[in-house]
Design a protein around this ligand. Structure first.
Ligand SMILES: [Zn+2]
Length: 296
């Protein structure tokens, strides 16, 4: 039976370090199914989905949301991931079919897919006032290191990160997971050093997740920990109603000119790879509804 995706969170090392262990194999498989991803594109987008879901599990407000953009100069192009406090995650990569030879360690060359020159940007909305926006330059394009640099430089929250995606021979994901160790404010030097040392044991996190459940990993490496369970999933929040709103915002003139040119209007949702098509009559109905809304 396939395991359900999970993020386990708890406090370790005298409650001085926040721990998260994530298994997101199914989420990555859903991304592969929706976007027909090559193994390399799946690894790059998958790693981003895992870290973004971890960040979503830290959102304070019920209505909080978060968006990650990674723009490097690699063959994969830009990576875009969004999620919310319910851990409904979605994302896409500009080149879903990216391919490169394996790297020197015989692994998928995620660094080459993402690129070393570029930036990682996060927009985080805790549901309070103005969203927080942070941007840092890419370090290696390996994503885990890039996010670690982001946490240190942009959020002043040094975080030890191990993240990985393993793709099987048939192109499906057999293990996708992450371990995150974030010292709490005021954590002792000793706890910080322990966290830094510990993260080194998870260099093969995707293989670990392939073999063991997140709970087994947590118990094996951290012992008895009081943890709570969150359930991430790939879920797009678009709907025909939502897309109608986007269409209406284009304005009457623009909608009619597209209908005239193409005989219809199509709006594409990149996150779930869905086309919403409006016939000339349906487009007119959208215009009429937008007008009646504006009048009231
Ligand atoms: Zn969608």
């Amino acid at each position: 039976m396939k395991r359900q995706d999970v993020i386990l969170r708890g406090l370790i090392y005298n409650e001085e370090v926040s721990l998260a262990v994530a298994d997101m194999t199914q989420t990555v498989n859903e991304a592969i199914r929706i976007h027909h991803l090559s193994p390399l594109s799946a690894a790059a987008l998958g790693r981003t989905l895992i870290v973004a879901a971890y960040m979503c599990s830290s959102l304070k407000e019920e209505h909080g949301a978060l968006s990650v953009t990674i723009r490097g100069d690699g063959v994969g192009g830009g990576i875009y991931v969004s999620g919310d406090a319910s851990l409904h995650m979605r994302g896409y990569i500009e080149n879903p079919y990216a391919e490169l030879p394996l790297n020197a360690r015989g692994k998928l060359d995620v660094g080459g897919c993402v690129g070393k020159n570029g930036y990682l940007s996060v927009v985080r909305d805790d549901g309070e006032n103005i969203p927080f926006v942070g941007t840092t330059p890419l370090v290696s394009g390996e994503i885990g290191e890039d996010f670690a640099s982001y946490f240190t430089c942009s959020e002043q929250l040094p975080t030890a990160i191990a993240v990985g995606v393993k793709i099987g021979k048939d192109g499906s994901c057999v293990g996708a997971g992450g371990v995150f160790l974030q010292p709490m404010p005021g954590a002792s030097e000793e706890s910080i050093a322990r966290a830094e040392e510990m993260i080194g044991k998870f260099s093969a996190i995707s293989s670990l997740v392939e073999e063991k459940s997140a709970e087994e990993i947590l118990k094996e490496y951290f012992g008895e920990v009081n943890f709570y369970t969150r359930r991430p999933a790939y879920k797009c929040n678009c709907s025909r109603h939502y897309i109608e709103g986007i269409l209406a915002a284009l304005g009457e003139e623009e909608i009619r000119s597209v209908v005239k040119e193409q005989g219809k209007v199509s709006v594409h949702c990149h996150y779930c790879n869905t086309d919403y098509t409006f016939s000339p009559e349906e487009a007119e109905a959208v215009i009429a509804r937008a007008k009646s809304k504006a009048d009231t």
